[in-house]
Design a protein around this ligand. Sequence first.
Ligand SMILES: [Fe+2]
Length: 174
Amino acid sequence: MTAKKSSSSSKSPKSSARKTSAIGLDEIQSSELAEKLNDLLANYQIFYMNTRGFHWNIKGEKFFELHLKFEELYNDLILKIDEVAERILTLGYTPMHGFDDYLKTAVVKPAKNVSDGKKAVAAILDTFKVLITKQRILLDLSDVANDEGTNALMSDYIREQEKLVWMYSSFMGS
Ligand SMILES: [Fe+2]
């Protein structure tokens, strides 16, 4: 009885059996994080293209204000897209890079020919809700995995986007 117990514990203690990546993170957790980051990336890419469309097509008395706001937003999104993709590479995985894959993966749908300012802002608010929710899941997962890099990134994105939600909601008068 005693011999059996000692042989099973020396064989494969759970902690040392798990493989770690080049940056010392658990490989299974890294793979799950990379998959979720790729899903986030796909949603960001559609959001980016939608925001460019809003920037181009907006009409009406708020044109100058919103045209600039949307440019500010898509410039920020392009930076985040690059950071998310490079975080996936840092974790040891390949960032999704085909628009066909983005369209298949993203829950954010392409918004076409939106020229009304309030409709554009409403679509942006809906998208932020999707992104923030996904980022909170990544925040929790990266916390469990001790992945400080992804955790800090998600924490920054959530804080910044929550503030934007407040500002865009104020524009909508709510
Ligand atoms: Fe422009």
